[in-house]
Write a protein that binds this ligand. Structure first.
Ligand SMILES: [Zn+2]
Ligand SMILES: [Zn+2]
Length: 116
């Protein structure tokens, strides 16, 4: 680990015109990287600290939102005819326009929308 002689931050290697240098992300200080073993040390470290990205929660776009209500016998699915349909509203257009009504069939998953 190399520290910036100006501000004390950890310096990172980068390649400029085929040559490696160390730069400080805080104050922008750069210095030539002559010892390639420093680069190796950074590479190893980078590989180790790579994992937290996997914790990003993938939002399932096919999921019914928490605000949805299950309607029974009021709306029929145009695809399979089931009368158990989830219903929710969402503001998809300008704020001064009425929200869009969404429906999703509980049985087959078919989703459709209806503009108010
Ligand atoms: Zn610095
Ligand atoms: Zn259906």
């Amino acid at each position: 680990m190399v520290f910036c002689p100006k501000c004390g931050s950890v310096m990172y290697p980068r390649e400029v015109n085929g040559k490696w240098e160390l730069f400080c992300p805080r104050c922008g200080y750069t210095m030539p990287l002559e010892d390639e073993s420093i680069l190796e040390a950074y590479r190893v470290r980078r590989r180790v600290t790579h994992s937290p990205k996997e914790k990003i929660i993938v939002v399932d776009k096919d999921q019914v939102p928490a605000t949805a209500v299950l309607l029974k016998g009021q709306v029929r699915c145009p695809k399979c005819g089931s009368d158990e349909v989830y219903f929710w509203m969402m503001q998809t257009r300008a704020a001064d326009e009425p929200p869009t009504r969404f429906y999703r069939c509980k049985r087959c998953g078919y989703t459709w929308r209806e503009y108010a």
